[in-house]
Design a binder for this molecule. Sequence first.
Ligand SMILES: [Ca+2]
Length: 504
Amino acid sequence: MIELKRRDFVRSLGCGALGLLGSAALGSCAFAGAGRKSKKRPNILFCLADDWSWPHASIAGDKVVMTPTFDRVARQGVLFENAFVSSPSCTPSRGAILTGQWHWRLEEGGNLWSTLPAKFAVYPDILEEAGYHVGYTRKGWAPGRDAPGGRTRNPAGPRYKDFREFREAQPEGKPFCFWFGSSDPHRVYKWRSGIKSGMKLDDVEVPACMPDSETVRTDICDYYWEVQRFDTEVGELLKILEQDGELDNTLVVISGDNGMPFPRCKSNLYDMGTNVPLAVRWPATVKGGRVVEDFISLTDLAPTFLEAAGLKPTEEMTARSFLDILTSGKSGRVDRKRGHVLTGKERHVVCQETGTGGYPMRAIRTHDYLYIRNFKPERWPAGAPKGYAQPVEINVVRPRGTHYGYADVDAAPTKSYMLKYRDDPKVKRLFELGFGRRPAEELYDLAKDPDQLNNVAGESGYAKVKKKLADALMTELKATKDPRVLGKGDAFDTYPYYGGLPKK
Ligand SMILES: [Ca+2]
């Protein structure tokens, strides 16, 4: 009954009542006056999967994985085909989402297993200040440590056992902003869980960067099984909101923090590492049934959430709200300014042969090309074949064992298979592409090579295109004060690493 009362109270709120809630409510009235249908500030439910690549959803055409919840949100809302993370690594990707800034601007927060310095404002704090009830469950900003950065709580907000507990703690009259951080489909997987649930190996579409084998197909099904578990759990959250009568004025966002944990996917700047599913539903304000091709960076979520709540993005935010696209009612390519996106990587796991660095790279992705700049081509993009960089010097806090090799690729049946059969003619080239060294520049012509396997950066016919993309990338990196292009990139290589060594 308490639930009912709160709901009725929130329903009765107009701009006048909102005015009692603080300065942010003024923005809310302005928002309502901007010609949009909704008169009250929306709830925000952000559901983030861990290691989920586009296009692994049934609505995107995958024949094996079934994602009815994601499909529903996409069908009744907007499906974004070109949503990209800032970095294909948990910690920097989440830091970038929370701050609305490129991860390379976040100092230590640009690395995996780091800290996010408190000087970087995060959207849950801003919304809380503006009267929102905020919180998260399970995997928030992670992995890393809050205290070294001067924080007393997770940047995603106060932690709750689950969504129900969070809702029960919600004061009357306050909208909420909740972060549901699942650890699916992050490894480890239960071997053959996909097959046991009825998935058919023959129906699996093996990404072109991996060899086609029973082991790999089985591994992919196990990944799908966890994608489905995530989807089911999100469905349960939507059910709660539906029962409470809150669903239609909730901005529901479902996405992932980086791509699937397989070779040449997660921790890489190819699409399988950076392009993630994104669906947004908010029927009170956003016309559904649309598919948008514009490039969205997940950093754009923070300013979008703020604008939806009637607030302005902070000056530090390098991202741009896409609320205009959501409310445009349009499909396809909506905003010509959104014709490209940037991505990057600093240190993922500590796994280079010498020194303390990661594998720094940046990329620009357009509809036609992917251009990647590898700043330290002498290092190993997937981690060194064996050994571990001197753990004492790099300030590894909890060393626990020796390292397996190529540690930027999570231990996995597919990885083991590729290592074992690396000399097999069917595996050799893919092994080199996934685990070998790479040149300083890579360019992929997506019309001819959508799987991004044939680097044409050295071909004279592409010289003009390559220069144009390289210039555009460097200009934007400089404008956003990327230490890596301003001669200060070594800082990323020396920050503490708060994780343990990868397990065998
Ligand atoms: Ca992740």
